[in-house]
Design a protein around this ligand. Structure first.
Ligand code: IPM
Ligand code: MG
Length: 362
């Protein structure tokens, strides 16, 4: 039996609290389903940086390349220069290990969690495939005459054919798998390309890459939306979406909106994926310093990230058990909301998920 090597980066703020619950669920489901893993802890965080001035080095990146997966809690510390540690750890992993897909499912488990009127779980079930290694996050740019009245700031949006092509291909393959899983009578399999190629002309590289990839998937419906319209449709008609493929920045923005329509930042999870190589799984929320240390943060985003990791590793039964437990607890109202006002503590929620997983197999 294979032993998975899993890196754990609990990080800052509520990160360690939610990560603990994620690991609790991982341990329980591994025992139940029967797979082995080894956990390797990494201290990288804003907190660690303040103590040691240490960021992610090339040696650490090399070590991470040898892992099957990484679980990350949250990164960000109010006393550290904004974004410094996030760029080192989160973007370090994404760019350094070429995790070119950021997969973000938007799935509503229960109508009462949704702030939109009359939308049910049937209406909100789509996935955003966010390109994860280029676009406006390229870090290519800088300042001229900084802190003078003549200051110039430049940031380059980089879109490569390879980057667009592989993101589109991943999205179409995902739509095909989702279509097959629904079977006849399911919703139509569709990939929506979200960009802004009316105002930002070079975005048409996305249209051309999309059109070329689409030819290999004749059964998948084609669709296109500008990012502003996409935000409108996500609120008005979220049922129109199946798979969205989009740029790094647009994917970042629309998935916060997506998190809100699926029940809040406390439930949204993501996978930073390079198929066949080390991939990293994290909740999409941040370190939320104001909630840290109070045992009130919702760990369901982290726990759902564990489910995504298990699916990626091929432990599909374990993944389904974890997701099923989260869906059942939210659907039944046993966990009334995925936020700090649920009345259920972080550690209690982890215990409830473990108990639900065990109950489901009895
Ligand atoms: C996310 C976050 C990150 C991003 C930050 C922390 C760099 O917002 O994962 O969505 O912008 O990608
Ligand atoms: Mg974000």
């Amino acid at each position: 039996m294979k032993t998975y090597k899993i890196g754990s980066i609990p990080g800052d703020g509520i990160g360690p609290e939610v990560a603990r619950e994620g690991l609790k669920v991982l341990e329980a489901v591994a025992e139940l389903v029967g797979f082995r893993y080894e956990l390797i802890d990494y201290p990288h965080s804003g907190e660690h940086y303040l103590k040691t001035k240490e960021l992610v080095t090339d040696d650490v990146l090399d070590e991470w390349r040898g892992l099957d997966a990484v679980l990350l809690g949250a990164i960000g510390h109010p006393d550290v220069e904004p974004g410094l540690v996030e760029r080192s750890v989160i973007l370090g992993l994404r760019f350094g290990l070429d995790m070119y897909i950021n997969l973000r499912p938007i799935k509503l488990y229960s109508e009462h969690l949704c702030p939109l009127k009359n939308k049910t779980p049937d209406d909100i079930d789509f996935v955003v495939v966010r390109e994860n290694t280029e676009g406006m996050y390229s870090q290519i740019g800088g300042h001229l005459k900084k802190n003078t009245p003549d200051e110039v700031a430049i940031v380059n949006g980089i879109y490569t054919w390879k980057g667009c092509e592989r993101a589109c291909r991943y999205a179409f393959e995902l739509a095909r798998r989702r279509g097959a899983a629904c079977g006849a009578g399911g919703r139509k399999a569709q990939v929506t390309l979200v960009d802004k190629d009316n105002a930002i002309r070079p975005h048409d590289i996305w249209d051309r890459a999309y059109a070329q990839v689409a030819k290999d998937f004749p059964e998948i419906a084609n669709d296109h939306a500008y990012v502003d319209a996409c935000c409108m449709w996500m609120v008005k008609n979220p049922e129109w979406f199946d798979v969205i493929v989009t740029t790094n920045l647009f994917g970042d923005i629309i998935t916060d909106l997506g998190a809100m329509i699926q029940g809040g930042m406390g439930i949204a999870a993501s996978g930073n994926i390079h198929p066949g190589r080390t991939s990293m799984f994290e909740p999409i929320h941040g370190s939320a310093p104001k909630h840290a240390g109070k045992n009130v943060a919702c760990p369901l985003g982290m726990i759902s990230a564990v489910a995504m990791m298990l699916d990626f590793l091929g432990e599909t039964e374990a993944a389904a058990r974890v997701e099923g437990a989260v869906a059942e607890l939210l659907g039944s109202g046993a966990i009334p909301s995925a936020d700090t006002r649920s009345g259920i503590s972080t550690s209690q929620m982890g215990d409830m998920v473990v108990a639900q997983i065990r109950k489901a197999v009895q």
